[in-house]
Design a protein around this ligand. Structure first.
Ligand code: ZN
Length: 179
């Protein structure tokens, strides 16, 4: 595609290009940050990127008030389904993470969208399996294929970047861009 044409595509058109709807979550097929948050480039590289959940909120509902974050009911950072999203502060986000952590520690199972949505994200069970099988010599690329995730996601699991036992799923700090 011609470069100029690319830049002129509307924000909304570009957003929909990277959405794959499933019965549950709507998965972001574009760029993912190291912990699986979707990112939508705003135009030229120098213009930065926006979290895909924020982009989805803008496409469906419009403006995001200052200081508000777009958070996930479904705990799937790559999800952009509008009814899985809600607006909250970083404090709400921390409280929700804390609730989920407590939920996990109580042994009722961690709230992971992937368990309802096997194609989308990993579960604690698969994280444990990936780590143990990798330690016995299986290759990350093969594991990624089998678990339906990218090899980068497997590396993040192996290097404790996104999944840390006892702390839950750690969200990566993501650059926020002003709109
Ligand atoms: Zn979702």
């Amino acid at each position: 595609m011609h470069k100029l044409h690319k830049i002129q595509e509307s924000f909304e058109t570009r957003f929909w290009k990277y959405v794959r709807k499933t019965e549950g979550c709507w998965l972001w097929t574009g760029f993912l940050s190291k912990c699986g948050r979707g990112q939508l480039r705003l135009g030229r590289a120098s213009e930065g990127a926006m979290q895909s959940a924020r982009a989805s909120w803008i496409v469906h509902f419009g403006h995001i008030p200052d200081g508000m974050s777009v958070l996930h009911h479904c705990d799937n950072p790559s999800c952009v389904r509008p009814d899985h999203l809600y607006l909250g502060t970083q404090q709400d986000n921390m409280r929700d993470k804390h609730d989920r952590k407590r939920h996990h520690l109580l042994g009722r199972g961690h709230l992971i969208a992937g368990e309802r949505n096997p194609n989308s994200t990993l579960t604690w069970g698969s994280v444990a399996e990936i780590r143990s099988r990798h330690s016995t010599g299986e290759r990350a690329v093969a594991l990624a294929k089998e678990f339906g995730v990218t090899k980068e996601q497997v590396y993040h699991v192996l290097h404790n970047r996104c999944w840390v036992e006892g702390l839950g799923r750690i969200a990566a700090p993501t650059a926020q861009v002003s709109q």
